[in-house]
Write a protein that binds this ligand. Structure first.
Ligand code: ZN
Length: 76
């Protein structure tokens, strides 16, 4: 059992499909980075509301929320 904590940021976007603020993605990083750096990136987001998946640009993030533990889901 590995209980590694992954610090980073949770980004919330407005879903382009259903319009809800439930399209989320994350940016894992071990040290603090500025909002500008986070917003300069492209992400793949996943909407919790309707299941939409797609590419979003960091500049359109509604909210950037730092977290000490991203609780990443295991792959596969
Ligand atoms: Zn949606």
């Amino acid at each position: 059992m590995t209980a590694m904590k992954t610090p980073g940021y949770i980004l919330t976007f407005r879903c382009v499909n259903c319009g809800r603020l439930e399209a989320c993605t994350h940016y894992a990083c071990e040290r603090a980075v500025s909002d500008d750096q986070i917003r300069a990136r492209i992400y793949e987001a996943n909407c919790e509301g309707c299941g939409w998946k797609g590419v979003v640009c960091g500049v359109s993030a509604i909210q950037i929320h730092p977290t000490p533990d991203l609780k990443l889901k295991p792959q596969g």
